[in-house]
Design a protein around this ligand. Structure first.
Ligand SMILES: C[S@@+](CC[C@H](N)C(=O)[O-])C[C@H]1O[C@@H](n2cnc3c(N)ncnc32)[C@H](O)[C@@H]1O
Length: 269
């Protein structure tokens, strides 16, 4: 099956099995759904970040990137790269609202790319320390420049190097791992390895956010394994972003798939 049809099928399956906030009994999950999916508030940061994205999309320069699939360096058009690999506007706003809701003291991002997700995370919680890891030197540099243009550089660091080398020292350098956004190297083994490493530095309230868990069979398997993990007590899947929690206060392990209420308007009644 082509990637397009795989993702279309994956989305339809998700949609058919999803609830809206009106079917939720947990106040915590209800608040999450309200905040992440239903909050319509607009912030100036959205405009500023999207202006930076628009400039990159309009640019005709090439940028050297490391392809972690092949291990080779290659030049890609910046506009193409941003279109292909950056968080979408919708995901960006979800990241902003998540950071804004949890107000984590420390955040970690795996995969900065051009810094779109990094900027949304930081803008959502300005007091947070944010460490973002990126394998390509040139992309790390670009993300730093974009953070500076957006005025979001204070308390934000972009570290260049393969996760295999940078993740462990990064985790050791953080006082607490309050929030982690895993958005790089979309392969099952790697995702699970990063998850396990982060888990050993996590505390009860750590928020785990994953991107692209419905992207491929491999990533779907990774998500099932994360959901089944002994330490996981709750997962909340918004399709574009998937969240996992280890807080033992969630006594009975539960998994939620949630869509905005207007997508299933009949479920309001
Ligand atoms: C999907 S992009 C990140 C998008 C970004 N988080 C956003 O929200 O716009 C994934 C990034 O992870 C980086 N990456 C992939 N595998 C990596 C690895 N093993 N070590 C370091 N960086 C890696 C890639 O270079 C790429 O820039």
């Amino acid at each position: 099956m082509s990637a397009f049809w795989f993702r279309a099928k994956s989305f339809i399956q998700f949609y058919l099995n999803a609830d809206t906030k009106y079917q939720l009994h947990s106040p915590f999950v209800f608040e999450l759904a309200e905040t992440v999916l239903e909050d319509k508030r607009w912030y100036y940061a959205f405009r500023d970040i999207e202006r930076i994205r628009a400039q990159m999309l309009a640019s005709n320069v090439g940028i050297e990137i490391r392809d972690y699939g092949t291990g080779q360096d290659r030049i890609e058009m910046l506009s193409k790269l941003v279109k292909r690999s950056s968080s979408s506007v919708k995901q960006g706003r979800m990241l902003f609202r998540l950071a804004n809701l949890f107000q984590p003291a420390n955040m970690l991002e795996l995969g900065s790319s051009a810094g779109i997700g990094t900027m949304y995370l930081k803008a959502g919680s300005l007091h947070s320390q944010l460490l973002s890891l990126e394998g390509s030197e040139k992309l790390a540099e670009l993300a730093r420049i974009n953070l500076e243009i957006a005025g979001l550089e204070n308390g934000t660091e972009v570290l260049a190097g393969a996760f295999e080398k940078t993740l462990l020292p990064a985790l050791r350098s953080l006082q607490n791992l309050d929030f982690v956004f895993v958005d790089g190297n979309h392969q099952m083994e790697a995702t699970l390895q990063y998850f396990e490493q982060c888990l050993s530095f996590a505390h009860e309230k750590t928020v785990f956010v994953f991107d692209d868990m419905h992207w491929s069979t491999d990533m779907k398997k990774a998500w099932s394994k994360i959901q089944a993990h002994d330490k996981i007590s709750l997962t909340v899947d918004f399709y574009e972003l998937s969240l996992a929690f280890i807080d033992p206060a969630f006594k009975q392990k539960q998994h939620f798939r949630i869509v905005p209420s207007f997508w299933k308007i009949w479920k309001v009644f």
